[in-house]
Design a binder for this molecule. Structure first.
Ligand code: NAD
Ligand code: TDX
Length: 332
């Protein structure tokens, strides 16, 4: 039994990680989450109180972070400002949480000699051409495009420097686009599902030819636990499940699965600086640590996700109107 401090554990991937840890290990979890617009107590509902507790606070609060890290065995850092579109409207929270928050945690794990796992994204590598045979690997040079991805890239570099300069016991993972339950309705897949429930047509940025490499959130989280238990200190592991799809085909599949005509969507303003394609080569994780994804059918995973949003309107309804009001301002 170990004590995990999970930052951002009330967000999408973090809350699914907490559920995964409760179901698959005997660890205790202390969630540190600021409960921003993206964090919800409801995402942790029903979890056993003797295994999971929530501390509402900021990863930039050095005193609080120090206290929690002192009592932890492992720190898993999910907390971030995570949405590219928001980072284009107001970059400051991204600089603060993603960079200063990571710095604050690193200083605490350094002081207390604790194991640290850093959650990051494939977006740090920039984007690929549609016809590029290469995919991102651990040796791809960093080339981030947006305020979001550049602050994530900066946070990764802080971790690497703290490993090399101070001997911090850290691992890093960079994952592709996640889908599954408890994802905020600002993100692509839940936005389209909840739009359709509300009788609104799905909205594709630009021509919809941009490609994302989809992975189910439980596969991401199983990989994270694998890296925490089996990964080599100082190493980076890319996480992906060979799930490349362009946005148009994802929208067409959502429409079909929800009983609509596949072409019943609309094109809206494109995202400025919109990355064209992400694609992950996860050979190192598969071959060195033996991880394999369990969700092999995107269609089945998406159908289950649609069912979840249909059954859990109480969870997403409170955030829907404000999210769409924000998009209306940019014509998206
Ligand atoms: P999310 O926006 O759903 O959740 C972020 C959580 O962090 C929220 O609960 C929020 O309240 C909390 N938080 C934000 N600022 C905080 C602060 N200053 N102090 C404490 N808590 C704070 O994000 P997500 O999609 O679950 O992403 C989680 C992590 O995974 C991020 O680091 C992100 O970069 C990374 N990631 C996400 C994806 C994806 O597809 N969503 C893919 C790869 C990597
Ligand atoms: O309404 C939409 N229409 C649309 O076409 C929205 C919200 C998005 N899109 C497009 C933009 C992207 O090409 O869909 C794709 C996915 O968009 P997002 O869900 O915003 O994800 P993305 O920008 O790819 O970033 C995600 O994956 C990597 C997460 O939000 C990041 O946190 C993660 O690092």
């Amino acid at each position: 039994m170990a004590v995990y401090v999970v930052t951002g554990g009330a967000g999408f991937i973090g809350s699914n990680f907490v559920r995964w840890v409760v179901s698959n290990t005997d660890h205790r979890v202390v969630v540190l989450d600021k409960l921003t617009y993206a964090g919800h107590k409801a995402s942790l509902a029903g979890l056993p109180e003797n295994r999971v507790s929530l501390v509402v606070g900021d990863v930039c609060d050095a005193e609080l972070v120090d206290k929690l890290v002192a009592d932890a065995d492992v720190v898993v850092h999910f907390a971030a400002e995570s949405h590219n579109d928001n980072s284009l409207n107001d970059p400051w929270p991204f600089v603060s949480t993603n960079l200063i928050g990571t710095y604050t945690l690193l200083e605490a794990v350094r002081r207390h000699g604790k194991r640290y796992h850093h959650i990051s994204t494939d977006e740090v590598y920039g984007d690929l051409e549609l016809d590029d045979p290469e995919r991102f690997s651990e040796s791809t040079p960093y080339n981030p495009s947006s305020p979001y991805s550049s602050t994530k890239a900066g946070s990764d570099l802080l971790v690497r420097a703290w490993v090399r300069s101070f001997g911090v016991q850290a691992t890093l993972s960079n994952c592709s686009n996640n889908y599954g339950p408890y994802q905020h309705v600002e993100k692509f897949i839940p936005r389209q599902i909840t739009n359709l429930i509300d009788g609104i047509r799905p909205k594709l940025y630009g021509a919809g030819l941009n490609v994302r490499d989809w992975i189910h959130v439980d596969d991401h989280n199983a990989a994270v636990e694998t890296i925490i238990t089996k990964g080599a200190i100082g190493e980076t592991y890319l996480i992906g499940a060979d799930g490349e799809q362009n946005n148009k085909s994802v929208v067409e599949l959502i429409l079909t699965l929800m009983g609509h005509q596949a072409d019943d969507y609309e094109h809206v303003n494109d995202r400025p600086g919109h990355d064209l394609r992400y694609a992950i080569d996860a050979s190192k994780l598969r071959e060195e640590l033996g991880w394999t994804p369990q969700y092999t059918s995107f269609r089945d995973g998406l159908a289950a996700t649609i069912d979840w949003y249909r059954a859990n309107e109480d969870w997403w309804r409170p955030m829907k109107a404000a999210t769409e009001a924000k998009y209306a301002k940019t014509g998206q």
